[in-house]
Design a protein around this ligand. Structure first.
Ligand code: AP5
Length: 219
């Protein structure tokens, strides 16, 4: 199974990708995480990427396609979950070609649908564990012990530099201008599945499992 999780910032792509990793042993390929690692490295490329991300704009296709290509070469026995990639038609075409070259077909593109008002609340309340990547929220998913990650016990909990209202407005604009066209693209390929992302995290996970089971039955 190779699946794409599509949806605006804060839809829950990362949250659901981590569940799929745990349940199915799939490999999560998050271009956002890869770019954050590049910015943390402090290289010239990382500094350039950081400026673009903080403005809420998209990094160039060339950079992100290169990052994905490297990871695909490493392979994954349980299949890949593409989280935050592709985000443009050029990226979608490139992914199609890369997977075809590896004889690894795409199984489904799953859109997680969430209202804009809820996205703002989710993004402005989000914090993550910098050590293990666990995702939390001030109101809906606080840590059990204040300031300590439930998953790994780290106290290194952080908020993302682009999780503010100005960047979020730009990220949403980028999503509707450049990424939402991919919904039609994958619909035309017969690969689009939709889940209600306004439901609880468990319910969204169950809906995604249903979409995946449907694909397994078909294949
Ligand atoms: P990226 O890191 O991919 O960010 P994003 O797409 O904006 O998505 P987020 O990570 O913000 O949200 P999410 O959908 O994963 O939600 P989450 O699960 O955390 O990209 C960042 C930047 O990198 C981009 O702006 C761009 O500059 C660059 N970039 C990345 N990929 C690129 C590409 N391919 N091309 C070009 N540039 C690229 O959940 C959010 C919150 O909601 C959490 O607090 C969570 O606990 C909570 N939550 C989740 N599910 C639920 C639920 N069902 N109910 C209630 N709360 C929930």
């Amino acid at each position: 199974m190779n699946i794409i999780l599509l949806g605006p910032p804060g839809a829950g792509k990362g949250t659901q990708a981590r569940r799929l990793v745990e349940k199915h042993g799939m490999m999560q390929l998050s271009t956002g995480d890869m770019l954050r690692a590049a910015r943390a490295s402090g290289t010239a490329m990382g500094r350039k990427v950081a400026e673009v991300m903080d403005r809420g704009e998209l990094v160039t296709d060339e950079i992100v396609i290169g990052l994905i290509e490297e990871q695909l070469d490493a392979g994954a026995s349980g299949g890949f979950i593409f989280d935050g990639f592709p985000r443009t038609l050029a990226q979608a075409d490139a992914l199609g070609e890369l997977l075809e070259r590896k004889a690894q077909p795409l199984s489904a593109a799953i859109e997680i649908q969430v209202d804009d008002d809820a996205l703002v609340r989710r993004i402005t309340g989000r914090f993550t564990c910098a050590d293990c990547g666990a995702v939390y929220h001030d109101e809906t998913r606080p840590t059990e012990k204040d300031g300590v990650c439930d998953s790994c016990g780290s106290t290194n909990l952080q908020r993302r530099a682009d999780d503010n209202e100005d960047s979020l407005r730009q990220r949403l604009l980028e999503y509707y201008k450049k990424t939402s066209t991919l919904l039609g693209y994958y619909y035309a390929l017969g690969l689009l599945r939709r889940v209600d992302g306004m439901a609880s995290t468990d319910e969204v996970a169950a809906a995604i499992e249903g979409a995946i089971r449907g694909e397994l039955v078909r294949s």
